[in-house]
Design a protein around this ligand. Structure first.
Ligand code: PLP
Length: 288
């Protein structure tokens, strides 16, 4: 395996960063997770746009153009002989500085691209669905650091995942400080009620997921009434169906929350329908 690091493809064992990198010292940086299906990188432009927006938001200048990043991704995939499916992780850290917080001390950001295979949940769970539990850790509010920024500061999400693990659930449901449903540990949430599909708006405290946006467009094309509105746990408890979306998770059904069964406790038919259409979309809709 070869990792792209600042202009070079280096062997995995040799791909190391300095302990003075502010990504390591402070979680100062941003990242993206992208997938390739059948040789197509899914929604690459959208992922790169989000990366550049995240960078601007945290005053980080990415010293590459978007098309240079595209070439770097392709080069990394080829070098690793990945031609069909792959998961691509792009990391841009603030770079090496001193022990102070001042980001202006970091002269050059570090760019790292890792390409490998990834399965977030075991395959069977896509058929039987996952359990979720509401966790104590709340999602950060948009007036702290925008949930739209995909920063390297994932301690909040990690606590959320740890809390779900300790409760014996497959995933965590996070609420914002007002009690509205935000998202999973690293996935967006949708609920189905009749022909209506609801997902929280980003300002509630959710990342604006690329998969989420793809599902919104796909569902609208299929005639679903899709709304981005805040909802509470009550709405999840009484939903017909619930599912999560994310680049790593793809589309996965949720069959229980807080040990309460959702509907009959089986993945729903609309979820199944959307999942099937999503699987078609990802192979038809990428950039070669
Ligand atoms: N929410 C969080 C906190 C995430 O880190 C992710 C990441 O991938 C998502 C949601 C899903 O977003 P996407 O569909 O762009 O992968």
């Amino acid at each position: 395996r070869y990792i792209y690091m600042n202009g070079q493809l280096v062997e995995k064992e040799k791909a190391v960063v300095s302990v003075y990198d502010h990504g390591f010292l402070y979680g100062d940086g941003i990242f993206e997770g992208i997938r390739m299906y059948d040789g197509n990188v899914f929604r690459l432009r959208e992922h790169l746009e989000r990366l550049y927006d995240s960078a601007r938001s945290i005053l980080l200048n990415i010293p590459y153009t978007m098309s240079e990043l595209e070439d770097i991704i392709v080069e990394t995939l080829r070098k690793n002989k990945l031609y069909d499916t792959a998961y691509i992780r792009l990391v841009v850290s603030r770079g090496v500085g001193d022990l102070g917080l001042d980001p202006t001390k970091c002269k050059t950001p570090n760019l790292i691209v890792i390409a490998e295979q990834l399965a977030l949940f075991p395959k069977e769970l896509y058929d039987v669905g996952i359990s979720m539990v509401t966790v104590p850790t709340r999602r950060n509010r948009p007036d702290i650091l925008s949930p739209k920024v995909k920063s390297l500061n994932y301690l909040n999400n990690i606590m959320v995942k740890a809390e779900a693990n300790m409760a014996g659930a497959n995933e965590a449901l996070t609420l914002n400080t007002e009690g509205y449903v935000a998202e999973g540990s690293g996935q967006n949430i949708f609920i189905v009620k009749g022909k209506k599909l609801l997902t929280p708006p980003s300002y509630v405290g959710a990342l604006e997921g690329i998969t989420r946006n793809a599902i919104i467009d796909l569902a609208r094309d299929l005639g679903y009434d899709v709304r981005e509105e805040p909802f509470t746990r009550h709405d999840v408890y009484v939903a017909d169906e619930v599912f999560l979306t994310g680049t790593a998770a793809e589309v996965i059904p949720v069959v229980s929350l807080d040990a309460r069964m959702i509907a009959d406790g089986k993945p729903g038919k609309e979820t199944h329908n959307l999942l099937n259409h999503f699987r078609k979309l990802v192979v038809e809709d990428g950039l070669k």
